[in-house]
Design a protein around this ligand. Structure first.
Ligand SMILES: *Cc1c(COP(=O)(O)O)cnc(C)c1O
Length: 513
């Protein structure tokens, strides 16, 4: 007789729990960067496909042994790279249970639990973000697929308004759709447009200002040109630019776009959460977002649920469902037709990721989420203020309207540049201080992350190298900011002489997530 399969599962899970405990116990203090690179992990992990079975506990132990050195402590309160966020305790536990329960969230009949969690968590998210009640919600892998979901709904609606059902008749022969997006849109917008058959060359790029905000006058000009040809139009706006954290003027953009019958989609991967802030200036950044037609945001960034979780919200339920719904004769459908997640997402079978969102929001409550968001912003501002005092350091995303005691940076992103404070020293060798600053900035970025004290990432802003810090983790405190600022100060002071462009570049052109 075989043993109860539950026993084997429990044994494997206990082994995993031991490793999880060890990881979490060291999370706050371990070096944030991984010990090994991918090639080294590959060498440890690689081997022949096993000819036969192994003991599951031995497999778990061997896996941890092989990949352990290749883990980045992205959940560390000293991780400031990209825009990542950690994991709230309740969200971690709920997500583990989603795996243990192995729920398929495609249909309410198949997992009433997953479906109900999506309904409630989706409603709570919409309420917190101040979006119209009754928006339809799809839980996706991230903002990337939330864009695909929402822009598919947009495509459905603007073409339907032009007398074309793209769900049935496809894009071939359809009236051309004009897509307008800011010049500083996130790369995932382009990827979504590509997947949806719009391509990227046809996107009308709307000019942005110094911080990456779409310029309403440029949008007005572009829309007027669009109106002349009566084309179906989609405008993609942004709440939270990945480098600067800047917001497009959403109220103005929505008003302009709607005059022309355009659909407005908002990329608010992290920025939309500014809506919950206790600070009026921060809330003002996101003012008007509720006037848009669709929104994409992340659970796995600022909401601090585990990877992966994105959320698509759409005001036009009919277009959303028509764009996404799939059915089959063998489905047992929700009788009311609202609770089957398969109607609202591009996927069929999928995990129950809303359980973690529900747990995160239930554990924080409105005030806990507000405090998380404001703490991150306050800490980012503190970091920016102290970094600005270092020799050669410039904060590139300073708001510029700091008339009095207001913050230096508007949200949770800090974008800095390190220039050689004494560029005259090596003038004879190098007449290009900007290039030297690029190299210095990249070196400092690489040195900070290599040191393990803090994890920061590089980017290119307005043609020049820059370093980004994103404060997005619920557990980050003033202590971790102190350590990060100290590590950056050491790296800035570090090089005995300013690097010259002919030196090897340790970290060429980082591209942010
Ligand atoms: C992170 C981010 C994305 C992509 O989100 P994923 O969850 O990684 O797919 C899109 N837009 C902005 C502004 C982002 O910050």
């Amino acid at each position: 007789m075989d043993a109860d399969p539950g026993d084997a599962l429990r044994a494997a899970l206990r082994a995993a729990a031991g490793h999880a405990d060890a990881w979490l116990a060291g999370l706050a203090e371990r070096p944030v960067r991984p010990a090994h690179g991918a090639a080294e992990v590959l060498a440890r992990l690689d081997g022949r496909l096993p000819a036969g079975p192994s003991d599951p506990v031995a497999v778990v132990d061997a896996l941890v042994e092989a990949v352990g050195g290749g883990l980045t402590a992205t959940g560390s309160p000293r991780f400031f790279g990209y825009v990542v966020g950690g994991t709230l305790p309740a969200a971690l536990a709920a997500d583990l249970l989603a795996v243990v329960w192995d729920q398929n969230a495609a249909l309410a009949s198949l997992s009433p639990a997953a479906s109900a969690a999506e309904a409630v968590a989706g409603r709570w998210v919409a309420e917190l973000l101040g979006l119209p009640s009754g928006v339809s919600v799809g839980f996706t892998t991230g903002t990337q697929m939330a864009h695909v979901t929402a822009l598919a709904a947009a495509r459905q609606r603007v073409l339907a308004d032009a007398g074309w059902d793209v769900a049935a008749d496809g894009l071939t022969g359809a009236p051309p759709v004009r897509v307008l997006a800011g010049a500083d849109r996130h790369a995932t917008v382009d990827a979504a447009l590509r997947l949806l058959g719009f391509g990227t060359r046809t996107t009308v790029e709307v000019a942005t200002d110094a911080l990456g905000r779409m310029r309403p006058d440029a949008l007005r000009t572009a829309l007027t040109a669009t109106a002349a040809t009566q084309r179906p139009t989609i405008v993609v706006a942004q709440a939270g630019e990945i480098n600067t954290g800047a917001f497009d003027p959403l109220a103005e953009i929505c008003a302009l776009a709607h005059v022309h019958g355009a659909w407005v989609h908002v990329d608010g991967a992290f920025g939309l959460w500014a809506k919950v802030s206790a600070s009026a200036p921060r809330r003002a950044l996101v003012a008007g977002a509720e006037l848009a037609d669709s929104w994409a945001t992340d659970g796995h960034k600022w909401l601090n649920v585990p990877y992966d979780c994105g959320i698509a919200l759409v005001a036009d339920r009919t277009a959303h469902r028509r764009a996404m719904s799939a059915s089959a004769d063998y489905f047992v459908l929700d009788s009311a037709g609202q609770l089957d997640p398969v109607d609202w997402t591009p996927e069929f079978s999928r995990r129950a990721r809303a359980l973690a969102v529900y747990a995160a929001l239930r554990s924080l409550g409105r005030s806990g989420l507000r405090d998380l968001v404001d703490r991150c912003c306050d800490l980012a501002d503190d970091a920016a203020t102290r970094l600005a005092a270092l020799p050669g350091v410039t904060v590139l995303n300073a708001t510029g309207d700091r008339g009095g005691p207001g913050p230096l940076v508007a949200l949770n992103q800090v974008l800095i540049r390190v220039d050689d404070p004494s560029p005259a020293v090596d003038r004879a060798h190098d007449p290009r201080p900007a290039a030297r600053g690029d190299l210095l900035t990249r070196r400092v970025t690489a040195a900070v992350t290599a040191g393990g004290e803090a994890y920061v990432t590089g980017t290119v802003w307005r043609g020049r190298a820059a370093m980004r810090l994103s404060v997005s983790n619920w557990a980050t405190t003033r202590r971790e900011i102190d350590r990060a600022v100290a590590a950056i100060a050491d790296a800035v002071a570090g090089p005995a002489r300013p690097p010259r462009p002919r030196d090897a570049d340790p970290h060429p052109g980082g591209v942010p997530l």
